[in-house]
Write a protein that binds this ligand. Structure first.
Ligand code: GAL
Length: 461
């Protein structure tokens, strides 16, 4: 039996837009996702999450699912437009009341809330009135919203995540337009990323100055990254893999741990990459109490110099590939999920080791890891052997990383239940609980049961 540290955090994660539904109830304002999903052609099968998993009306039932599994922690996000319907101005008391009730329900079951302040559902008004994250004023509005949340929930919430995956917001929201607000641009991603980092730093500064001493919580940011393995041993391919990682994770983690964007990004992008002021650098350095990581897959990286047009792999999460001169490929022998993402557990271990080295041994929390499969409900049961295998192999990789000295503190599976997978709608099932979208019923999958065992015994066989 390979055991994990006894205080290892075992959890499941979700996000507001993906599960809540109740998109316009109790004073909630619309978000960019409420609008984006209504544009014909943007979402698979024309779906939207007006009802989602109806979690808004089922919090007791959903917390009971977690309690039954023995989960110690639950990561969810707050919909900014439930708290501030237009992103700023008057607070909506019903929004505060909803999350308060959820937090109390979790605590009643000894489940620790991990709260993400921003998981992509920007209040629509801020997009229409201010151009959303392109506007340098946005960080102020985010910081004010964050302050309201710290004040309302910080007596009970001790784990805060400012932003979920600024890379996705920048590249998929403003680069290839796959996600809300659906803009397509070569340069906007870097401007948006800059404002997201400023917003994160401001919110953390407020937490530290006004709340952390009395509330004694932790605050951090969650970044996503795949592993990039050099395709060959050539120095060019090794440099390409390193460059790809710096363009992916270094873009958002370097400012937080080292005070500026990676040198390779400055070199490749020149003036397209904004500058931080001295004051912003100071606010950024050390602005995360833990390293939040969402990790899903691995690809090979090879050097591909200018002149050759490199297509963005549809599944590869490559970023703006022309900016990096990197070609990404997958090994056809790798098993893939229904997202087309390869299952490569050793990539997870290598990424954890890369983070450990580059950022000087930070405490790391995997805030998302999981896979989508075409699960089927048969007589009230789902046999998802492949997900069980996925979880075992990735948790094995986490264990290997810990043994090699990585300070990994926790693991949140994505996701507690099947939910609205953004541009792919309900066509992808990531949950460890099956959701019947017709009736709203939840059913545990075999993977949930496997995880129960790991959590209960705190170790892998
Ligand atoms: C992450 C995201 C989640 C979920 C997951 C699976 O990028 O934070 O909301 O959708 O990917 O695709």
């Amino acid at each position: 039996m390979r055991s994990f540290p006894t205080d290892f955090v075992w959890g499941a994660a979700t996000a507001s837009y993906q599960i809540e539904g109740a998109w316009n109830e109790d004073g909630k304002g619309p978000s960019i996702w409420d609008a984006f999903t209504k544009i014909p052609g943007k979402i698979a099968e024309g779906q939207h999450a007006d009802v989602g998993c109806d979690h808004y009306h089922r919090i007791e039932e959903d917390v009971a699912l977690m309690a039954r599994m023995g989960l110690k922690a639950y990561r969810f996000s707050i919909a900014w437009s439930r708290i501030y319907p237009t992103g700023r101005g008057e607070v909506n008391p019903a929004g505060i009341a909803f999350y308060s009730r959820l937090i109390d329900e979790l605590l009643k079951h000894d489940i620790t809330p991990w709260v993400t302040l921003y998981h992509w559902d920007l209040p629509l008004a801020l997009q229409l009135e201010l151009d959303g994250w392109l506007n340098p004023e946005l960080p102020e509005h985010f910081a004010e919203y964050a302050r309201t949340c710290f004040a309302a929930f910080g007596d009970r919430v001790k784990h805060w995540i400012t932003l979920n995956e600024p890379w996705v917001v920048s590249i998929l929201g403003f680069g290839n337009g796959m996600m809300a607000p659906g803009r397509i641009s070569q340069d906007e991603p870097y401007l948006v990323g800059h404002q997201l980092l400023r917003a994160h730093a401001k919110a953390v500064a407020i937490y530290r100055q006004e709340f952390q001493t009395s509330q004694a919580g932790q605050i951090g940011i969650t970044n996503n990254c795949d592993w990039r393995e050099p395709k060959t041993d050539s120095p060019e391919d090794q440099a390409a893999a390193q460059r790809a990682l710096e363009f992916f994770l270094g873009w958002f983690a370097d400012p937080v741990y080292r005070g500026d964007y990676p040198a390779v990004m400055r070199e490749w992008l020149g003036d397209r990459l904004p500058q931080f002021t001295e004051e912003e650098r100071k606010l950024l350095v050390g602005s995360s109490d833990f390293f939040g990581l969402n990790h899903y897959t691995t690809m090979y990286a090879a050097d591909k110099r200018a002149g050759e047009i490199v297509k963005l792999s549809p599944t590869g999460n490559g970023g703006i590939s022309e900016d990096q001169d990197v070609e990404l490929t997958a090994d056809p022998a790798w098993q893939t999920s229904s997202m087309g993402w390869a299952m490569v557990p050793w990539g997870c271990r290598r990424l954890l080791q890369w983070i450990d080295e580059r950022y000087d041994h930070p405490p790391v929390v995997i805030t998302e890891n999981g896979c989508a499969l075409d699960d089927e409900l048969v007589d009230g049961q789902v046999h998802d052997e492949m997900r069980v295998e996925f979880l075992n192999s990735y948790l094995g990789a986490c264990h290997d990383a810990i043994e090699s000295g990585v300070d990994l503190r926790g693991y949140f599976v994505w996701s507690l239940m099947d939910n609205f997978e953004w541009a792919l709608g309900f066509t992808k099932r990531f949950g460890i609980h099956y959701v019947d979208y017709e009736t709203g019923e939840r059913y545990p999958k075999d993977s949930a049961i496997a995880l129960v065992k790991i959590v209960a015994q705190n170790g892998l066989e």
